[in-house]
Design a binder for this molecule. Structure first.
Ligand code: SF4
Length: 434
């Protein structure tokens, strides 16, 4: 058994800058028994004769313990960033098992990325700490036979069952479509998997990939960073077919990266979209994010007729409606009061640090599973008070993610009026003044 010495690394450069969790701890290295034909690690190591898929090197658990001891409690490492930490040899060596026990002991979060269903076996479920474990199970095809042509991992159907088991047990689990190759994935099947959150990483094409897959590469027209990518509009169309999921896109094309950050990803700085995020937390039911959302905003300049129109609008919401707002101006707060008294679903987006604990006023709606409070702006996480800039970004965030927009009243030349002038979506205004 050869020792794998470089088991701990923080990724830098373009990838490190865009990735919120760039520190990885690999329990196995220099080979992965899944031996995926498209494997990035393999592409780097094989030509130097350093890739041994039949007999990967194994990290020394004593050295792992020394490293884990030195980490800050509450920090996070990615388990299996370079090779799969649940590849078959884990059944023999159990280094991942022992590492999870160590991470639990020292209070370190672990993000597991795997193509194996071993992670969902009773043995591992018994030791994983729900507060520390974050699991992404990768699906590359919804056809078991097709996947066998390019990877030797657990069949996709079993991976899907593993995802559903972990979800039903209350783990922070996501289905990871990576690399997402539209020809290989039936999005209707993906949409039916009982897992709320999906992370998507589109295929990037270079000569190595072209040798691996037989695809229509003429569709990959956008060139950036030495790879060819699908155009952003094509990607948006594909994402739009996942109706029932909270989706996050992991991306390294600059333009598309900015688009997903601004318009789609729940946590703009964290495309992994983990339940854990040191500076951008949520309170409440994340499921509320899935579905058609109506943004409601109203200027702080108000009077009784504006308030009345806003309250009437709130009264007419049904239980199925989802209203997303900062609930900050007087009229927005009056709408919130009405919604809290009903069964409507509510998403409150803060433009300041997340509450230390759920305010008493919102507890009932949160406990009923119909309210989510979110503070997605890491850059503003240290703010106790709302700034104008943070409020503006918060409003843009919620407008971008809304399917419909309703404006109570926008005072001429005010912040809301200026945001609306740049708005490409249509919106309804309850009160207009000339
Ligand atoms: S599971 Fe991951 S690390 Fe292992 S061969 Fe496949 S792509 Fe490479």
């Amino acid at each position: 058994m050869r020792e794998f010495k470089s088991f701990y690394k923080t990724v830098e450069g373009n990838e490190g800058e865009k990735c919120h969790y760039p520190t990885r701890l690999d329990t196995y290295g220099c080979g992965c028994q899944h031996d995926c034909k498209y494997c990035y690690a393999k592409s780097l190591l094989e030509f130097r004769d350093l890739w041994n898929p039949n007999d990967p090197s194994v990290a020394d658990i004593k050295k792992i313990e020394n490293k884990v001891k030195s980490l800050t409690r509450g920090s996070i490492v990615r388990l299996g960033g370079m090779t799969d930490c649940f590849q078959p040899c884990e059944n023999i060596h159990k280094v991942t098992y022992k590492t999870i026990q160590l991470l639990n002991r020292y209070g370190i979060h672990y993000l597991i990325v795997t193509k194996s269903d071993l992670v969902a076996s009773d043995e591992y479920v018994a030791i994983m700490d729900k507060n520390l474990a974050h699991i992404q199970i990768t699906i590359t095809s919804t056809n078991d036979q097709m996947a066998l042509e390019y990877e030797r991992a657990t069949p996709s159907s079993r991976r899907i069952r593993a995802i559903e088991k972990l979800e039903s047990l209350g783990f922070d689990v996501q289905m990871r479509l990576s690399p997402f190759i539209p020809d290989y994935v039936d999005l209707a099947i993906i949409d039916n998997v009982k897992c709320k959150r999906v992370i998507v990483e589109f295929l990037r094409v270079n000569a190595f990939i072209k040798r691996t897959f037989n695809l229509d590469y003429s569709l990959y027209t956008h060139k950036e960073g030495g790879y060819y990518h699908l155009p952003l509009e094509t990607k948006k169309g594909l994402i739009g077919q996942l109706y029932t999921k909270e989706i996050s896109v992991c991306e390294d094309c600059s333009l598309a990266y900015e688009y997903w950050q601004t318009h789609l990803n729940t946590l703009p700085d964290d495309c992994c979209n983990l339940m854990f995020s040191p500076s951008s937390k949520m309170i409440g039911n994340r499921n509320v994010l899935v579905g058609n959302k109506t943004a409601f905003l109203c200027s702080s300049t108000t009077d009784s007729s504006i308030l009345q129109a806003c309250q009437n609008w709130a009264e007419s919401r049904s239980d199925e409606d989802i209203v997303i707002s900062g609930f900050q101006s007087k009229a927005e707060l009056s709408v919130l009061d009405v919604l809290l008294s009903k069964k409507t679903k509510i998403i409150m987006v803060l433009a300041k640090r997340m509450f230390e604990k759920c305010p008493q006023k919102y507890k009932k709606a949160v406990e009923e599973g119909r309210m989510l409070i979110i503070s997605p702006f890491n850059a503003y996480a240290n703010l106790d008070l709302v700034t104008k800039e943070a409020a503006q970004q918060r409003n843009e965030y919620l407008l971008n993610r809304a399917n419909k927009i309703v404006i109570g009243y926008a005072s001429a030349g005010g912040m809301l009026d200026n945001i609306l002038k740049k708005q490409s979506k249509t919106y309804q205004v309850l009160v207009r003044r000339t």
